[in-house]
Design a protein around this ligand. Structure first.
Ligand code: IMP
Ligand code: MG
Length: 180
């Protein structure tokens, strides 16, 4: 795995420090609100596990799993493979995401949850790659861990072909690793 990484973009230490900072903001934001914290599978799993422990208020964990329709990912058509289990009407909801890239996934998730009439709906994404954004998507995440350049990254939950999720840092994949 390690030999396929061209450059470490974010070290474990940098990620940890940033999550602690975000945790302070989120702890203040959600004090007394008993939020439902929705993770979007699977890429968010590592970030979710670390982030939730820095949000020091009573809260509820939930997950949804979405994917693009087979073969049509370029059209941006998404489907819910597994929905959240909580009833979020009137609740404060925070979406946790691994990366805001073209925005198709996050835009879909946001609309899907907004339709259930939560009391509030905010977004916290570990990574933001603004250069790749679809021009028709204007969602502004409320909390961003790091804004990164337009490179394909893996690790800390992010995958290439379901691999590299268990690397403890965020790294840029060598082009050879996805060309073979
Ligand atoms: P979207 O393009 O913003 O809809 O992102 C869709 C999904 O693509 C994300 O949730 C990630 O799982 C994945 N993705 C986007 N950019 C990267 C990347 O640089 N590395 C790994 N996965 C990525
Ligand atoms: Mg992925």
């Amino acid at each position: 795995m390690e030999q396929d990484i061209q450059e470490i973009l974010l070290t474990e230490e940098q990620i940890k420090t940033r999550i602690r900072e975000l945790g302070e903001e989120l702890t203040a934001q959600y004090a007394g609100k008993d939020p439902v914290i929705v993770g979007v599978l699977k890429g968010v799993v590592v970030f979710y596990a670390d982030m939730i422990r820095e949000i020091k208020v009573p809260c509820q964990m939930d997950f949804m799993w979405i994917s693009s329709y087979a073969g049509t990912s370029s059209t941006g058509k998404m489907e819910v493979k597994r929905d959240i289990s909580a009833d979020i009407k009137g609740r404060h909801v925070l979406i946790l995401e691994d990366i805001y890239d073209t925005g198709t996934s996050l835009d879909f998730t946001y609309r899907h949850l907004l339709a259930r009439e939560p009391a509030s709906l905010k977004i916290c994404t570990l990574l933001d790659k603004p250069e790749r954004r679809r021009p028709d998507i204007h969602l502004v995440p409320d909390y961003v861990g790091f804004t990164i350049p337009n490179a394909f990254v893996v690790g800390y939950g992010l995958d290439y072909n379901e691999h590299y999720r268990n690397l403890p840092y965020v790294g840029v994949l060598k082009p050879e690793a996805y060309e073979e």
